[in-house]
Design a protein around this ligand. Sequence first.
Ligand SMILES: [Zn+2]
Length: 370
Amino acid sequence: MPATSQPAAQKIPGTVRAFTAFGVPVRFHFTFLLLAVFLLALVWQDRDTAVGDAIFIASLFGSVLLHELGHAVMARRYGVRTLEIVMFPIGGVARLEKTPPARKELGIAIAGPAVNLVIAAGILGALAVWRPEIAGPEALAEPENGNLLERIAYGNLVLALFNLLPAFPMDGGRILRSVLALSRPEEEATQVASRAGRALAVMMGLFGLVTANFMLLFIAFFVYLGAAQEGQAAIGRSLTHGIPVRAAMITRFHTLSHAATIQEAARLMLETTQQDFPVLHAGRVVGLLDRNALLRAIATEGGEAYVAGVMDRNPLRLPADMDLSEAVASMAEAGPCALVMEGDRLVGILTRENLSEFILLRRIGMQIGG
Ligand SMILES: [Zn+2]
């Protein structure tokens, strides 16, 4: 379904890594087991159409996966990494490492539905060549009467059209947002697409209620959540965009010498409110000791061990003039704390907590940094 980038969200819980396609890890949500059981049950029942139904549903999921890979491959062409593809029973999600600029986002968003259109056109085209008698207007009117291949083709058409609805969190919402963003501020464009998504969800939900279509009601619920979440994420981005990292970083902090012991580090953690300590050697940063590493070291190495032996030797380093919205995305991947550098010089640290404080202060209208 959508190609999202929600830096705040870490790996989606309850998922199992299945395989890697085009260099992108593909994970399945555990509820997929329910779907597999459902498919097996269909086949078990031994109705005439059971095997066909099972193949049809499995093919649609294959098509959804290809749709997500379409986003991922296009994203890579634009130099945007796809962290993972997660398959849910109601659709798939390709998680990008960051939200690309409008023009690229347009290409990435179109690529998914385009894959489904190509599959549908390919199958219908092939059928038209091989069996010209069924691809006429009568077949279009009653796809159920066609064979399995036709059902798969129409399934792909439905997938493409549903995803092209111009509302968040569908791909069409992203297309709408990126087109609007060419002529107006990105935040405004996002809010329009988010509002469209919520309005669509409400209409779908009402229609689902009136017609007692609970599947539709269910989908409407997720569309609403997705649209609202996108709106929130966009607000966070707009509040950090165009602001350098140095404006939000912690400038008063303690450091540890690489020759310090775990015991000394533990005392410093107790005496201060700081949780992550840059480790210095001869005035240069050589690593970062975070709270978890420290607690682990206390348990396994004992108090006499040296900080240098347990610290992270390759912590995330951010240039002080980097855009804060990019820093948020890097930190979502790398961890809760980053070193802020001016060349080789350590000038501050940035943590998730002070980032959220910064966003909160900006939201309530306080002008800090900038
Ligand atoms: Zn999509």
